[in-house]
Design a protein around this ligand. Structure first.
Ligand SMILES: Nc1ncnc2c1ncn2[C@@H]1O[C@H](COP(=O)(O)OP(=O)(O)OP(=O)(O)O)[C@@H](O)[C@H]1O
Ligand SMILES: [Mg+2]
Length: 341
C-alpha cells in the first residue's frame, strides 16, 4: 500500500484530518487538565494546561461554550498584556479567521480594536499554499526565522507538531507583512501584537457597523476614480516594500468615511523570492480593475500591471532556476545569458 500523498489536494486532506485529530487529542487533555508536552526546537517544554472554567469567562460577547474556550485560548494572552479590555461582538467570520470587535484600553488612543483569530481549518483553504510559500522563511511565534532542523523536518513531514509550526508561521507572516507595509505608508489597519493564532490591529468602522468591503457597496462616480487611483498607489507602495498582496480584490478592501483600507495579508509574497510573482501580481491588478470597471472607471488591467511592474525594472517572464538548465545545450546557455542581463 502506498501512503504517500501524490498531490497537493491529497496533502490538504491529510493535513485537515491530522489537524482535527490533533485538536481532539489536545481538547481531551485540556478537559482533564493534563500536562502538555511540546517539542520546541531541541528543547522539551512542559506546560500545565488548566481546564476552562466558564464562570471565569470575562467578556461581554456571548459565545457558544466551544467558542468561549477557543477565545480564551487564543487571546487571553493579549487580555493579560492589556491589549484590550473586552470583546464586544463578532465583526465577521471569514474562511480562515474570525474577526472580533474589542474595546481598547485608553493608552491605545482609540476606543476600538479588531482581533483576527485564525482557525486551524485554514489549511483547507490554502490548497495552493506552496505557491505562496516559495522562497519564504518559516517564522516562529515571535516572527523569527525557524532554523532548527528538527522543526524543519516536522514541517516537511506535516506531523502534528510540524502543522502547528506551519500554522504559526502563516500568522507570523501576516503580522510581519503588516508591520513592513505599515512602515511603508500603505493604507492598512495598524498591527499591534501577534500570538500563535491571533493578531490585534486597528478596527475600521464604529461600534454599530464595521466597514463594508468594496464588493458590498457601489461607489458614486465622483468617488470611484480617486479611490481607484488610491488603490493603485497602495499597490505601488507595496511593490516598493517588495510585497505583492496576492489576494487583492474588492473583498479585501474596506471602505469607511470615503477612504479605503487594505486587509488580509497571510498569503502576501516577496516578488524577489517567488517565481510566480508576476502572474500573482497581474491577477491582483485584474481583480481590482474588474471591480472599478463595474463602477464606471475605464481601465486596462494588463497594461496597468505591466507599467507598475516594469517601473521597478522587474521582468514579466519568470526566471528559470539554473538547476533546470543544461550548460551543454546552446538553447539553455542563451536562456541563462538572457536571464543574467
Ligand atoms: N481591521 C478590521 N476592521 C474591521 N473589519 C475587519 C478588519 N479586518 C477584517 N475585517 C472583516 O473581517 C473579514 C475577515 O477578515 P480577513 O479578510 O482578514 O480574514 P479571512 O478569514 O482571510 O477572510 P476571507 O477568507 O473571507 O477573505 C473581512 O472581510 C472584514 O469584513
Ligand atoms: Mg478576506
Amino acid at each position: 500500500m502506498n501512503n504517500i500523498p501524490v498531490d497537493q489536494d491529497d496533502l490538504d486532506e491529510m493535513t485537515e484530518r491530522q489537524l482535527l485529530s490533533h485538536a481532539n487529542k489536545s481538547n481531551q487533555q485540556r478537559k482533564k487538565g493534563k500536562t502538555l508536552v511540546k517539542q520546541k526546537g531541541s528543547q522539551q517544554i512542559i506546560k500545565t494546561v488548566n481546564p476552562f472554567i466558564e464562570a471565569e469567562y470575562p467578556f461581554t460577547y456571548h459565545a457558544s461554550l466551544h467558542d468561549k474556550q477557543w477565545l480564551m485560548e487564543s487571546i487571553s494572552e493579549f487580555y493579560d498584556q492589556k491589549w484590550f479590555e473586552d470583546i464586544l461582538s463578532v465583526v465577521k467570520g471569514g474562511k480562515e479567521a474570525t474577526v472580533y470587535l474589542c474595546r481598547a484600553p485608553e493608552r491605545i488612543g482609540k476606543p476600538l480594536l479588531a482581533a483576527k483569530i485564525y482557525r486551524p481549518r485554514m489549511f483547507r483553504n490554502l490548497r495552493k499554499d506552496h505557491l505562496y510559500r516559495e522562497g519564504r522563511e518559516n517564522l516562529d511565534v515571535n516572527g523569527k526565522v525557524i532554523l532548527d532542523e528538527r522543526a524543519y523536518h516536522a514541517m516537511q513531514k506535516r506531523s502534528a507538531f510540524g502543522l502547528e509550526l506551519l500554522h504559526t508561521s502563516w500568522v507570523g507572516h501576516e503580522f510581519l507583512t503588516m508591520q513592513v507595509l505599515h512602515e511603508g505608508g500603505v493604507d492598512l489597519p495598524r498591527p499591534y501584537a501577534s500570538s500563535n493564532n491571533a493578531i490585534m490591529m486597528d478596527y475600521i468602522g464604529d461600534e454599530f457597523n464595521a466597514a463594508p468591503a468594496l464588493n458590498e457597496i457601489n461607489l458614486t462616480p465622483s468617488e470611484a476614480r480617486p479611490l481607484f487611483q488610491r488603490v493603485l498607489h497602495n499597490i505601488e507602495l507595496m511593490l516598493a516594500c517588495n510585497r505583492v498582496h496576492a489576494d487583492l480584490s474588492a473583498y479585501n478592501i474596506l471602505y469607511w468615511d470615503g477612504e479605503i483600507t487594505l486587509i488580509d495579508f497571510p498569503q502576501a509574497i516577496n516578488p524577489e523570492e517567488n517565481h510566480n510573482a508576476w502572474r500573482i501580481f497581474a491577477r491582483d491588478v485584474q481583480r481590482v480593475c474588474d471591480y472599478f470597471k463595474a463602477q464606471g472607471v475605464a481601465c486596462d488591467a494588463p497594461s496597468l500591471a505591466i507599467k507598475m511592474w516594469k517601473a521597478k525594472g522587474r521582468a514579466t517572464q519568470p526566471e528559470i532556476d539554473p538547476h533546470f538548465l543544461d550548460p551543454e545545450k546552446d538553447e539553455d546557455r542563451r536562456a541563462w545569458q538572457g536571464q543574467k542581463k
